[in-house]
Design a protein around this ligand. Sequence first.
Ligand code: PLP
Length: 355
Amino acid sequence: MKIPWSIPNIQDKEIESINRVLDSGWLSMGKEVKKFEEKVASYLKIKYSISVNNGTSALDLALKCLDLNTKDEIIIPALTYIATGNVVLYNNCIPVFVDIDNTLNIDTTLIEEKITKKTKAIINIDLGGNPTNYKNLLKISDENSLPLIVDGAQSFGSEYQNKKCCTHGLINTTSFHAAKIITTVEGGMIFTNDKKINDKANILRNQGETSKYIHSYLGNNYRMTDLAASIGNSQMDRFETTLEERINKAKYYKQNLKNVDYPEELQNTKNCHFFFLILVKNRNKLNKCLNKNGIETRITYPLPINEQTIFKKYSKQDYISAKKFSKKVISLPIHHKLTIDEQDYIIKKINNFDR
Ligand SMILES: Cc1ncc(COP(=O)(O)O)c(C=O)c1O
């Protein structure tokens, strides 16, 4: 048995779309990108969406839309994918880490003690798709006049109190990388209800161009291609079904797995389950056993971000909770092709594992 951790959900519709765009004579950013932006904005019920070439660029652009200065401080959770921290450094700012709580997301009770005069924004993620306490987060953001940037790379499809994730911040981003629930192979998007931010992001993603060959700002080439967007367009048409099937697979795991813990989920939230996470004792031993039996897994993440080489110098402190969970977490296979038989096989291996 060989069970991959993730398989991109590419079907006939995508192949038809790619062929149509290839035949059209226009491959780079154009009509397909526009259509994709409109579809996604309408799904999220947000005014503006700006496609880019990946989720890291989206997050980098989000920061570039704020008027940041060198050495401004940006608050980020201590457990996240490296890109959340990297963009802080790309913008010559200082990352300030906040420990996580039992949801594996930023512990909102610990944020305010980290705010200084130099703090200019908070970047938040919903780890694996599990929504953060946005009520608390938005209160802190409002009371301290700190823009909230939501790095929704993992939470497209999730909801917090009936509002879609990737919409709670002043600026929100997502990733459409091949492992994501909806993919454009590589790709990303920015979402906002703020016209000024929309206008700035549109200009900056396209070499700072304000009219043809007039470049008024330092921008970059962060454009998405029509070829990529055409894949996204086909995927968006069936996204609700894809999401529902994935959530059902997560439910099936939860109904049948024994002696494992899970990240806490807040009331009235919907987890898209980009990751299906379990928390276990003897994680490394169990993980080895699963891998040996053909079950591909991911450790998300093996280190709190402040312990990664490039971030070590920004904090000498240990983030106890992030450290603890990074030693217990395993991300199990969850994708559209995962069968009940395969899930049963994974469940059996975990339940029979001698801890
Ligand atoms: C939390 C988080 N932020 C940012 C990114 C970066 O997205 P991309 O790989 O599309 O650049 C990812 C990628 O998975 C992510 O998980």
